[in-house]
Design a binder for this molecule. Structure first.
Ligand SMILES: NC(=O)c1cc2c(=O)c3cc(F)ccc3oc2nc1N
Length: 330
């Protein structure tokens, strides 16, 4: 990157910030994205790059200062005691190798990863008290989310009562299957309503409804992936956490795989890059998580993302073949 003067960076930031904020506004509050995720992500990463050059140019309204969704004014709000962070994104094998190098340097040895599909939905938090579902909420800005408890109770695969009287929080992804997305859009077209741009926006628009009866009329689904407070559950790894979630009656995506270092990650990415179109749910990448939960705690989080996981993003659907063109040198 040629060295840019502060003035040049300031001018470019003045163009990028409003553009990203406009796209964010559309993406979160209108549930109708103006651009593909990867276009947003690339410009967002450019903003981060420029802000890192001259941190004094960061403004409070910069997209880098807000995390996650913009919450609509009309939902009751909930505070996430443990922030719901987002994930760092990478777009190439070289960046995956950099992530792995950082982890091995920090930990001092090779680590196992739990590799999971990155479901293209919206984050969901579920809180249970003595085994009873008492609260469902969205990520919101990471600290303040939207209370969607009554809506969540209409999702068939969300257990309202657990087989054990546990009090804890679990987190996962709420999504809409491609089949349901087509059915819903056909119905909306017939009724002269605006159709949803993609299953992710249909899921967001359906979960973030003020009227639970509307949510109930749309078939939402979940894949849960985190037990937030697992102290008394004696769960040593992320893979075990997924097993425990399944035993407790949650819907868990069945494709997770434990790898040693990056060995096997290439195959996993290529395999699911090929299967992507045939899955009945949208995926936009693959998530690598340090499998050992103790190591995750030691590695900790930055203000915005955990240090112990990374999301490798597929190229957008129409560029699907590109996933196979990556020359892997691992
Ligand atoms: N879309 C997903 O399929 C998916 C998303 C996340 C997260 O957003 C996520 C965010 C955190 F702060 C921590 C763990 C996470 O794990 C995750 N795991 C997944 N499988």
């Amino acid at each position: 990157m040629a060295d840019l003067t502060k003035e040049q960076v300031s001018q470019e930031l003045e163009k990028i910030r409003p553009q990203l904020n406009k796209w964010r506004e559309d993406y979160y509050t209108k549930d109708a994205p103006a651009v593909e995720d990867n276009v947003y992500d690339k410009l967002y990463n450019r903003l981060l790059e420029l802000e890192q050059m001259y941190p004094e140019l960061v403004t409070p309204d910069s997209p880098s200062q807000q995390v996650g969704d913009v919450t609509l004014p009309d939902f009751n709000k909930v505070t996430h005691d443990i922030p719901m962070l987002s994930m760092g994104d990478v777009f190439s094998e070289a960046e995956l190798a950099e992530f792995n190098d950082r982890i091995e340097k920090n930990v001092g040895h090779e680590v196992d990863y739990n590799v999971e599909l990155k479901i293209d939905g919206l984050s969901l938090s579920l809180i249970y008290e003595n085994g009873i579902l008492v609260q469902g909420s969205t990520r919101g800005n990471g600290t303040i989310g939207e209370n969607v408890t009554e809506n969540v109770k209409t999702i068939a695969d969300v257990p309202q009562k657990l087989s054990r009287p546990l009090s804890f929080e679990v987190r996962g992804e709420c999504f809409m299957s491609k089949k349901e997305f087509l059915r819903l859009n056909q119905a909306r077209e017939k009724d002269g309503h605006q159709v949803f741009a993609n299953p992710r926006n249909a899921a967001a628009g359906s979960l973030r409804q003020l009227d639970p009866k509307i949510t109930a009329s749309r078939k939402l689904a979940t894949f849960m992936y985190t037990i937030v407070t697992f102290d008394d559950l004696n769960v040593p790894t992320q893979h075990d956490a997924l097993e425990t979630l399944k035993e407790l009656g949650f819907n868990v995506n069945p494709t997770a795989k434990v790898t040693t270092g990056l060995k096997g990650v290439k195959d996993y990415i290529e395999h699911f890059g090929e299967l992507r179109d045939s899955l009945d749910y949208g995926i936009d990448g693959v998530v690598l998580k340090v499998n050992d939960l103790g190591l995750q705690r030691d590695l900790g989080n930055t203000v915005k993302v955990p240090r112990w996981e990374i999301a490798y993003k597929f190229p957008p659907e129409q560029a699907q073949s590109k996933v196979l063109d990556i020359t892997w040198t691992i």
